[in-house]
Design a protein. Sequence first.
Length: 332
Amino acid sequence: MFKNKQIIRFLTKIICFLGFSMVTYFLLLIIWGTFLPIFINKNLQFKFRTEGHTYTRLKEADTVKNVDILFIGSSHVFRGYDPRVFEKNNLKIFDLSSVAQTPVISKLLFEKYIHTMNPKLIILDIYPTILDMDRAEAKADYLSSTEFSMTNLKLAVQSKNILVINTFLYSTFFHSSGIFDSYKEPKKRLYDKYNLKGNYDEYIGGGFVETSYKNGNYVPEKFKSVKLGFHHSNIEELKKLITLIKEHNIKFILIQTPVTKNLFNSITNNRDIDKQFSSYGPYYNFNTILDIPTQYFYDSNHFTQEGVKLFDQEFINYMKKDSTFVSALPLH
């Protein structure tokens, strides 16, 4: 009997200690995330109100219904496909994208918005460089911009990554506190990547972010040759996403949005990459289809606004020859 009481006391102390430790950790996490700048927080990347406008994009996504084309992917999507260009071609689009978006996030967003957006065609933007590892920053960006859900909890736990878990915990507190219930993210945000004064990003709508960078500011970089490999989880999630799209009887196309020639040519296994993605469905690599001069980029893999206008119209003109594209859309 005495031993049983000792065991109960011991277990009670352990439970109390664990409870106290968890509460203390959570409180310290809140203080840490609130008062320390993001570049110091290596194990907490709360990206609310940082580049990309993911919060505003997903808030708008909650209200969008019935689009012609749903673009899914990384920043190549929200910086590369301007709804205004497509509107001139009688097409309604939405850029359902986020920073460094990996297929696991693409799949979550597809499942959340597919029934309301009801797209006639889905275009999956594939950026091979992002698929080389299980990127925590993509999950942190998504978790920072969304409220608590069991899906988010599952995403954090399954990541087994302290940065993702900490971001989930802090985001849960942040969005549950009610402090920013009426918060509206500024449409314009300074984005001085090259210390050129006055440059900014502006959220336009339809998921698109316009840059103020002009042609000719980017100095082409030299890249070391690299053979890209893909993290198994990214490929598996991409296959699952494609299966889901097929189950919904929605037509889809996979594409690579152009990057600078220096960057693209530094990848030694581009042919193997094309072969792999071609096996998943209709696929176009616009790095080899179109020749976009480097002057239309503001960095190695994003267009200036003039570059966006040029590429988008060329993209539409080219895709009008594709049977999947034409059969899915109300082209005139």
